[in-house]
Design a protein around this ligand. Structure first.
Ligand code: ADP
Length: 186
């Protein structure tokens, strides 16, 4: 099974992706986490993306697409995965379609988590993960970038008939149950 979990910063993608991955025995692929790990390890990639991420901006499409391509080529990913944080632009979505097509694979569902801006800002300010991009001005930038560059990705998957919208407010378990009910039955 291959899934995409999508939503604005603070929607709870990471938390839910982890639970979904455990439930189905698939891998949780978070592009944001991969970048943060690269920064912490001081790799070339980490050096390249550090200031971009700290500013709340998007890493260039090609950099992200190459990283995802390399990652899913790994044997561990053959059983399935849930992608969190990607695709984040329509260009990335198109590149991902092409990549999967070359691999003779497809995505089973695109789960879109939604919440109000007030809720998102509140959660980001209080989640206390100590992330350098969780300050008030960076959160504002990230939400703006989301609206302008990322939100159009929803339409891309809606047109492909894969969109499953899920209310991202409530308890972690409530949201998780909603996600499970929204998934295509197999
Ligand atoms: P959030 O959804 O809370 O913003 P993420 O961990 O998904 O957190 O992403 C953190 C940052 O990593 C983003 O603000 C962006 O700079 C970078 N990033 C992650 N995924 C992508 C992507 N697919 N394209 C471009 N930049 C990305």
């Amino acid at each position: 099974m291959r899934l995409i979990i999508f939503g604005p910063p603070g929607a709870g993608k990471g938390t839910q992706a982890k639970k979904v991955a455990e439930h189905f025995g698939i891998i949780h692929l978070s592009t944001g986490k991969m970048f943060r790990d690269a920064i912490n390890e001081g790799t070339e990639l980490g050096k390249l993306v550090k200031s971009i991420i700290d500013d709340g901006l998007l890493v260039p499409d090609q950099t992200v697409v190459d990283m995802v391509e390399e990652t899913i080529a790994n044997e561990d990913y053959s059983k399935g995965y849930i992608v969190d944080g990607f695709p984040r632009t329509v260009e990335q979505a198109v590149a991902f379609d092409n990549l999967l097509e070359r691999r003779n694979e497809s995505v089973d569902a695109f789960i879109s988590l939604y919440a109000t801006d007030e809720e998102l800002i509140q959660r980001l300010l209080t989640r206390g993960e100590g992330r350098s991009d969780d300050t008030e001005d960076k959160i504002k930038t990230r939400l703006e970038v989301y609206k302008k560059e990322t939100a159009p990705v929803i339409e891309h998957y809606q047109q492909a008939g894969m969109l499953r919208s899920v209310d991202g407010t409530g308890s972690v378990d409530e949201i998780f149950q909603r996600i499970l009910s929204a998934l295509p039955k197999r």
